[in-house]
Design a protein around this ligand. Structure first.
Ligand code: FE2
Length: 197
């Protein structure tokens, strides 16, 4: 049985999976780096290259191989997910965010080779490779991600991006579904200009 056949066998039965169902399915795949090597590719000056391994209406499984660039803070739309480190290690930073404001970093955690961590619905995070070792990660999301929101902290802006765009600010106009300006956390609303008499 090929790796992709095994993936299908384990993921096809999932229906409205709970977080624990998804974690169990990801672990049961028992994925080895050697099995993913055929799906890895040059990152082309982006934070990562991603390849879809399985998708149905309930779940999707992606593999990502990372450059030394950090991705942008982002959410996963209305999806929840689990991320498994297959090779190397990553620094995962978690953000909090109030409506209409820029996200603020809460804490960062190092996730080692073999670790599996949860990405809750509406959670905002950012990942980067830790050190010079090649980082390869496996991502199981339910439902498949749509309308991912990416943040540009310097520009005080957020953008809902199309499916073809990763967790970085889109370069192409057609990848921007909706763009919005944000306030800095705690900033006072702008005062209305006084009317001239
Ligand atoms: Fe993510």
């Amino acid at each position: 049985m090929t790796y992709l056949e095994r993936v299908k066998l384990h993921l096809q039965p999932l229906a409205s999976p709970s977080p624990q169902d998804m974690r169990r399915a990801l672990i049961s795949l028992n994925t080895k780096l050697e099995e993913l090597l055929p799906f890895l590719h040059s990152t082309d000056k982006k934070p990562y290259y991603r390849r879809l391994l399985f998708q149905n209406e309930e779940v999707e499984l992606l593999v990502m191989n990372w450059s030394q660039l950090s991705c942008s803070p982002h959410d996963h739309g209305d999806s929840q997910g689990w991320i498994q480190v297959i090779s190397g290690s990553t620094i995962n930073t978690i953000y909090s965010c109030k409506h209409g404001e820029l996200p603020e970093a809460l804490f960062s955690r190092k996730e080692q080779n073999g670790s599996i961590f949860y990405a809750p619905k509406a959670g905002i995070h950012r990942m980067k490779a830790n050190g010079g070792h090649d980082l390869v990660t496996l991502h199981l999301y339910s439902p498949p991600i749509q309308n991912m929101k990416v943040y540009d902290l310097k520009a005080c802006a957020a953008c809902i991006v199309s499916d073809e765009c990763g967790a970085w600010w889109p370069e192409e106009q057609h990848q921007k579904i909706k763009e919005m300006k944000l306030k800095k956390p705690g900033a006072q609303p702008l005062e209305k200009p006084k009317q001239k008499r």
